[in-house]
Design a protein around this ligand. Structure first.
Ligand code: XMP
Length: 513
């Protein structure tokens, strides 16, 4: 990775967004914790350094501060929001506590359009602010580039040293031309080319995998989800038959899921696929179990057992491949009140059994999800897999409330197909994070034809989210909801009532169990 931009994370909820915006400019970016030493940063030979925003105030006693030697590396620096306060603190300016927060939409007035950050941009721009403390004195030898109605120092610059401060957030969508500001920074100020493309990455990743694996064998647990599918296709391209994928049918899959995986990977890719149908055992262990946590445990444990047995029967493999992504490996910054530091706890079903002694192959470790999708398309995977919505490891078991039985799973599967079909037909499927059905153990009275019915209730959940950590329910058009509801009630035996979930996360979770 020759040219790259380092982003120092001061706890902003937008740090990863900054990293993605840089990569969208076809420039590689790496996130490091705020206290990474200047030496460590220099080892990456960065073309530029971005100081992220953060929830702290430089006045706080435990304010996160960078290594001061950072400012002597001679690399262009861009401080965003809290990053600007740091420039003031370290380079001779002044920040004062402000009681008035500047929050939300604002208008930026560019006074000095010779500043390369604003190349090709108009003199007046809509921007998104979110900051409390205010700079009251410029750092030494800095000039003012732009102002807002509330701030005389909205953008500042030390032209000779190529150090910039931006009070607003150029990385968020509410700053419509922010991407161009970031593009100007990486291309015109840091002089980066456009070398980070998935085509280039693919070639390099193949070489790396070959070098790592040599003549040894690799095993991969294929779930049919985006990450493991792309990892499988990539490793297969690199080492062909040295890869064996294991796909476990736990009886909790969606309709046609096992067929699609076998068709795509077994028949089209001609990849060595070991298909294990253990659904009977999973379901018998779930008999009579109602507690969500117990269900998850039973499924997780059984999966590990089946997977271990399957790896043994595959023979000697030295490597285990995993579809770990970049957001999973970034060290989160432990700053008080930092929402970005919350960590998911219960989502490791299907992960690496602890006692298995493999070396790991993780070819997606430095990629964001959207990059993995592009890579998947490069590798020839169908859209159906590449743009699949997230699906929980314990599968439909956490969407059948109460006891999981084959009969109830089949009812849910029928409804699930309808939700997916209608979401796709109306073009909503790819716009949302997840859309699915949940079968409730609640019976209600209805009337169908002239007959009284007393049957189950089905909930439809459709949410939008960036990363699954927070989510909001999607305001689908009534016509679409009507179509979904009437199809479910007419076509799915055993359901006579359909409700729509209007709970956000928090306080709800996305899955019901
Ligand atoms: P919750 O329900 O916690 O879900 O709001 C957040 C996201 O994670 C998915 N999810 C899981 N994924 N194993 C997984 O791989 C699991 O056990 C699991 N539980 C929830 C969920 O679908 C949502 O996208």
């Amino acid at each position: 990775m020759s040219e790259q931009i380092i982003i120092l994370d001061f706890g902003s909820q937008y740090t990863q967004v900054i990293a993605r915006r840089v990569r969208e400019c076809n420039v590689y970016s790496t996130i490091l914790p705020f206290d990474a030493s200047a030496d460590e940063i220099a080892e990456h030979a960065p073309r530029g350094i971005i100081l992220s925003g953060g929830p702290s105030s430089v006045f706080a006693r435990d304010a996160p501060l960078p290594d001061p030697k950072l400012f002597k590396l001679g690399v262009p620096i861009l401080g965003i929001c809290y990053g600007v306060q740091l420039l003031a603190k370290f380079l001779g300016g002044k920040v004062e506590k402000s009681n008035k927060r500047e929050f939300g939409k604002g208008t930026l007035h560019v006074l000095d359009n010779s500043c390369a950050l604003f190349d090709g941009l108009p003199e007046s721009l809509q921007v998104w602010n979110s900051h409390g403390d205010k700079m009251t004195k410029l750092p030494r030898d800095f000039g003012i580039v732009a102002t807002t109605d509330n701030s005389d120092y909205a953008v500042i610059e030390h032209r000779k040293k190529r150090i910039f401060g931006i009070q607003f957030h150029p990385e968020v969508v509410h700053t419509p031309r922010g991407r161009e500001i970031i593009a100007n920074y990486v291309h015109k100020i840091c002089n980066c080319g456009k070398n980070w493309t998935m085509r280039n990455y693919l070639d390099r990743a193949i070489e790396d995998i070959r070098a790592q694996v040599g003549n040894e064998h690799v095993i991969l647990g294929l779930s049919g989800g985006v990450d493991s599918s792309v990892a499988a296709a990539l490793i297969h391209k690199a080492v062909g038959n040295q890869l064996t994928c294991i796909f476990v049918n736990n009886g909790l899959l969606r309709s046609r899921e096992a067929e699609v995986v076998r068709e795509v990977f077994g028949r089209n890719f001609q990849l060595k696929l070991k298909y294990v149908d253990d659904s009977k055992n999973f379901l018998s262990r779930l008999k009579g179990i109602k507690s969500p946590e117990r269900k998850r445990k039973i499924i997780g444990n059984r999966f590990i057992k089946v997977f271990q047995e399957a790896t043994r029967s595959v023979g000697k493999a030295k490597f285990l491949a995993q579809g770990t992504l970049y957001p999973d490996v970034i060290e989160s910054v432990p700053i008080a009140g930092n929402p970005a530091a919350l960590i998911k706890s219960h989502h490791n079903v299907g992960g690496l059994p602890k006692n298995m002694k493999f070396k790991l192959v993780e070819p997606l470790r430095c990629l964001f999800k959207d990059e993995v999708r592009i890579l998947g398309l490069e590798l020839g995977l169908p859209r159906e897999i590449v743009y699949r919505q997230p699906f929980p490891g314990p599968g439909l078991a956490v969407r059948v409330m109460g006891e999981v039985t084959k009969k109830r799973l089949d009812v849910l599967r029928q409804a699930d197909v309808i939700v997916i079909e209608e979401m796709k037909a109306s073009d909503w499927y790819y716009k949302v994070w997840q859309s699915f059905a949940v079968l409730l153990p609640v019976k209600s009275v209805g009337v169908m034809g002239d007959v009284r019915t007393y049957e189950d209730t089905l909930a439809v959940r459709v949410v939008e989210s960036q990363d699954g950590m927070t989510a909001d329910w999607v305001k689908l058009p009534y016509e679409l909801l009507e179509k979904i509801s009437s199809r479910i009630i007419n076509e799915v035996n055993g359901v006579n009532r359909c409700v729509f979930d209007i709970t956000s996360k928090p306080p709800g979770t996305i899955e019901w169990e």
